[in-house]
Ligand binder design. Structure first.
Ligand code: ADP
Ligand code: ZN
Length: 777
């Protein structure tokens, strides 16, 4: 008797005598922080860890999907425990292998996230729903010569001949139907009659659409190079470590243009020669584009994983990784979950980048996850940076698996760019009005354009102005959902009714936290005087450049404009000299390699210093250093002009003097004094609720729970708070936080192991744990 899975569950749950010799443990993706056992009816067949199964969950037995994480013998336990039955086994093969399951468990423990959610996040949705998989009808010739010749029409004969020509004589060699008819310019009906007569048979095949991930014709040219001595030394060291077969972490500390990427490529070549795969993580999608362009000419099997792929592309790339070995996977942080069978080397470029941290569950850091995965795979993890994070530098000092290798010089022995600070306080007295571009920077820009060279200007803020303000009554436009001012975004596209035109400014005020938009009055709603725009944004910079340099071809690059521009096209245009100046946000700071860029301007080096974050100095140093790396990538040399209101700020001064060692020394002193990373670990417990008083009660209770565990286990953890978050309200939710600090990460694991089992004191208050946060807002 054949059971369809639908009916079998019904039968089974009624009949406890249904044979079940195994129990499976399932991690369901419901946010419940636990795993559950189910009985597996023997007739459902075999299941392995890493496959998904469907189970009834909760009081209402809602059908829920989860990953099988363990299969064990049911033994004689069944009568004692009331277990529910598995309903259905999904996936023909495991989506996650043993190592990945272990990796997922580590993330779940370390980052305090339910295992079901972690495992679910490790497999792209596109894979789970088989995006891009199509069924196509195929046909083959099933009858012998004799039958065929009987009174067939001309069109039918044509069809038959075509199938003979392509040897479509059995299901294996069937040809695709639609294409065949199109080629012959014949309709469906002659074929239908052949099928009815049993001469032609139909079969269907599944296909995964394969779309290229790099637009054709936009691959940049690359050339083979001979490694210099420094590169060779570093490569030899990495190779030795790969050969040893032990886990290790190499910090490749090399200034911009010291040839780090070339070393990654060579090291990966060595791994591939030994049949091992590689994962290369990059902090930005924009960089992925460049790297893919560069790696494509060096490796046969490349796959790309990042959020801008369409879902069928993503599924195709994932399947390619799953079925190809060795392979080189290039992608953003989530590429660390790529189903690579045998990773030998994992590269994390720009390892200090905060964008490696995921800000939604699971809140992992891609860099640290990469180190863990390397450990689980006995692979080498290479962390590359010109300005390594203090955490990594410190690990190299104290941990035996870590080593720091240095590439001290630029490859071409090009002179370092000249760095110069422009004190904007002085600038203010010289010219009136808002000037994002100082007279010195403007003069430099003009000079650059005259020489037919190119410039990059960096302004780390989107929009036009971030403060819409009435100077007479001090009213400012604020978000109704969040505790922040609104950012003005200019737009020409919006057509206003004529009667409103004189009363509104031409654009929207946008909240960068909840994305709500509102129109902006010309006059203050309170006192009727004209409102003004304060603060800077990339749109305003673009406007100013258009007025001050009317001849220049300026393109703004930020996440607003990049929705319209094709990034690959933009890079190609800049490379071809069709664009003179790229002006924009951080997206420009990294990786770009354009020899004709001789001027880089940082519009405000102060923006990152204004963040209430203990890493703000580090970020400022990194930013200046990185942007500077965009200038002078040829013998033409380069200049970097840094505008600031704080010319004596230490991070800025150290960066301008290119004195990383001194900067690190100074910064470590402060960190040590406050038990902050790298000396201590930080975890943040964030809580939010739409009701303020309820939130206050909940945070008090959560702090109590945490304090109780800390004292009962005598953990050395410092608890600060509860206190309001830096932005006290976002999307109508009030926000509070508790900061935890400890000298040893093991303390957090113990604390949270207990804490996550407790009930949240007030169920409407959302509680999040963020271990190693990079954003304290
Ligand atoms: P990084 O990653 O440190 O910024 P890259 O590896 O991108 O440096 O190298 C910068 C540029 O120098 C690239 O165009 C690269 O092709 C080139 N390059 C790297 N190594 C060498 C070398 N040994 N000889 C000549 N050119 C090199
Ligand atoms: Zn808002």
């Amino acid at each position: 008797m054949v059971f369809s899975p639908q009916n079998s569950l019904f039968d089974i749950s009624q009949d406890k005598k249904i044979p079940c010799s195994r129990i499976v443990t399932v991690a369901v993706d419901t946010g419940v922080d636990n795993v559950f056992d189910y009985l597996l009816p023997d007739r459902l067949g075999d299941v392995q860890p890493g496959r998904r199964i469907e189970v009834p969950f909760g009081r209402a037995d809602k059908l829920t999907t989860g990953f099988c994480i363990e299969v064990k013998s049911a033994g004689t336990e069944i009568p004692k425990r009331k277990l529910k039955f598995v309903k259905k086994i999904l996936d023909a093969e495991p989506l996650l292998d043993g190592r990945q399951l272990e990796f997922g468990k580590w993330i779940s423990d370390f980052y305090v996230c339910p295992l079901g959610q972690v495992l679910s996040a490790m497999v792209p949705a596109a894979v789970k729903k088989s995006a891009g998989v199509k069924k196509l009808k195929h046909v083959f010739l099933a009858a012998s010569e004799k039958n065929i010749d009987k009174l067939r029409s001309k069109k039918q004969k044509q069809i038959i001949q075509a199938m003979k020509d392509s040897d479509a004589l059995d299901a294996e060699s069937a040809v695709e139907l639609k294409g065949l008819l199109e080629r012959l310019k014949i309709g469906q009906s002659p074929l239908n009659r052949l099928v009815q007569a049993g001469i032609v048979k139909l079969t269907s095949r599944t296909f995964l659409r394969q779309l290229p991930v790099v637009p054709k014709g936009l691959l940049l040219k690359t050339s083979e190079v001979i490694l210099n001595n420094d590169q060779q030394k570093v490569l030899a060291e990495i190779e030795e470590r790969m050969n040893s077969g032990d886990f290790s972490v190499v910090l490749l500390h090399g200034v911009t243009d010291s040839g780090k990427t070339e070393v990654y490529i060579r090291a990966i070549e060595k791994a591939v020669e030994r049949g091992k795969s590689a994962i290369v993580l990059l902090p930005e999608i924009a960089l992925t584009a460049q790297t893919v362009q560069r790696f494509s000419s060096r490796f046969k099997n490349i796959a790309v994983m990042h959020s801008q792929l369409t879902s069928s592309q993503r599924n195709a790339q994932w399947q390619k990784i799953k079925t190809t070995s060795p392979i080189v996977v290039i992608g953003a942080r989530s590429a660390i979950f790529a189903p690579v069978e045998n990773p030998g080397i994992i590269v994390v470029d720009e390892e200090h980048e905060p964008s490696y941290k995921q800000e939604t569950v699971p809140r992992y850091n891609g860099r640290d996850a990469a180190i863990k995965l390397a450990q689980l795979s006995n692979a080498v993890c290479v962390l590359g940076s010109a300005t390594p994070s203090l955490e990594t530098l410190y690990n190299c000092r104290i941990k035996k698996h870590f080593v720091r290798l240095v590439l001290p010089n630029r490859v071409m022995d090009l002179p370092k760019p000249q760095m110069k600070i422009i004190d904007m306080a002085g600038e203010r007295f010289e010219s009136h009005g808002v000037n994002l571009v100082s007279s010195q920077l403007l003069a430099a820009l003009m000079q650059t354009l005259q020489r037919k060279e190119q410039a990059i200007l960096l302004l780390n803020r989107r929009g036009y102005s971030n403060f819409i303000y009435c100077p007479s009554c001090r009213y400012s436009l604020r978000c109704k959902n969040c505790d922040v001012t609104l950012t003005f975004h200019k737009t020409e596209k919006y057509q206003k009714p004529v009667e409103l035109k004189n009363r509104l400014k031409g654009g929207f005020a946008v909240c960068h936290y909840c994305l709500s938009q509102t129109l902006v009055p010309r006059n203050c709603p309170l006192c009727g005087k004209a409102v003004t725009m304060i603060g800077l944004g990339s749109q305003r910079l673009e406007d100013e450049l258009k007025t001050k340099l009317p001849e220049a071809r300026v393109v703004r690059v930020d996440s607003d404009s990049m929705q319209h521009h094709d990034y690959y096209r933009l890079l190609a245009d800049f490379d071809a000299g069709i664009i003179d100046v790229l002006a924009g946000t951080q997206i420009l700071a990294k990786g770009l390699h354009f020899p004709n860029v001789t001027l880089v301007g940082i519009i405000s080096a102060d923006t990152s210093l204004q963040l209430p974050d203990f890493r703000s100095n580090e970020r400022t140093y990194q930013l200046i250093c990185q942007v500077a790396g965009r200038a002078g990538r040829s013998s033409k040399g380069g200049r970097v002009l840094i505008q600031t209101f704080l010319p004596n700020q230490p991070a800025i001064k150290f960066a301008v003097n290119d004195d990383f060692e001194e900067f690190v020394k100074e910064e470590l002193k402060h960190r040590q004094a406050c038990l902050l990373p790298p000396f201590g670990r930080v975890a943040l417990v964030r809580m939010r609720d739409v009701k303020h008083d309820r939130l206050m009660r909940a945070t008090g209770a959560v702090a109590q729970q945490l304090n109780d565990i800390i004292s009962s286990l005598s953990l050395d953890i410092k608890l600060t708070g509860p206190m309001p978050a830096v932005i006290g309200r976002i999307q109508r939710f009030y926000r509070m936080q508790i900061i935890l600090r400890t000298g040893s990460p093991g303390n957090f694991t113990e604390l949270f192991r207990k804490f996550r089992r407790l009930k949240i004191p007030i169920s409407t208050t959302e509680v999040q744990v963020d271990v190693d946060p990079v954003n304290l807002l």
